[in-house]
Unconditional design. Structure first.
Length: 136
């Protein structure tokens, strides 16, 4: 069985409302082992796995998640997410400068929270075997 890292556990607890979003985000960003690239990659993989449509990774839930990110809609990461197809926008997010990192992580964590909650409430509602949906 796969054992989640502390970072992965925090992400999944935020998604499942076991940790509030803002304090959970702070835990991730203030972790002494914080590494933007690693966290970005983890969240990207989680989002792509949570979206059932695997051709364009674009669903109504994904679009609604972008529209409700708790940041100003004029911030660069949100503009990129709205303007470009999913995979292209993620490539562009990865290239943004360090002063955008917190906004990027906030955006991706929010998108994962919304998309995986939808998956848990639909595809996984009768049990799915995803051990991360069984956190205490």
């Amino acid at each position: 069985m796969y054992i989640m890292s502390q970072q992965e556990e925090i992400i999944n607890k935020i998604e499942q409302d076991k940790i509030d979003f803002d304090p959970g985000l702070q835990l991730l960003l203030e972790d002494p082992e914080y590494n933007f690239r690693r966290l970005f990659t983890t969240l990207t993989n989680y989002i792509f796995n949570a979206i059932p449509e695997k051709t364009h990774y674009n669903t109504e839930t994904y679009q609604n998640a972008i529209k409700t990110i708790p940041l100003k809609p004029t911030y660069t990461p949100i503009v990129l997410l709205k303007r470009f197809p999913t995979r292209i926008s993620f490539y562009r997010l990865a290239e943004l400068p360090e002063n955008e990192y917190k906004k990027i992580i906030t955006s991706l964590l929010w998108i994962f929270k919304i998309t995986d909650t939808e998956r848990r409430n639909t595809e996984c509602k009768n049990g799915c075997g995803h051990f991360w949906h069984e956190l205490k």
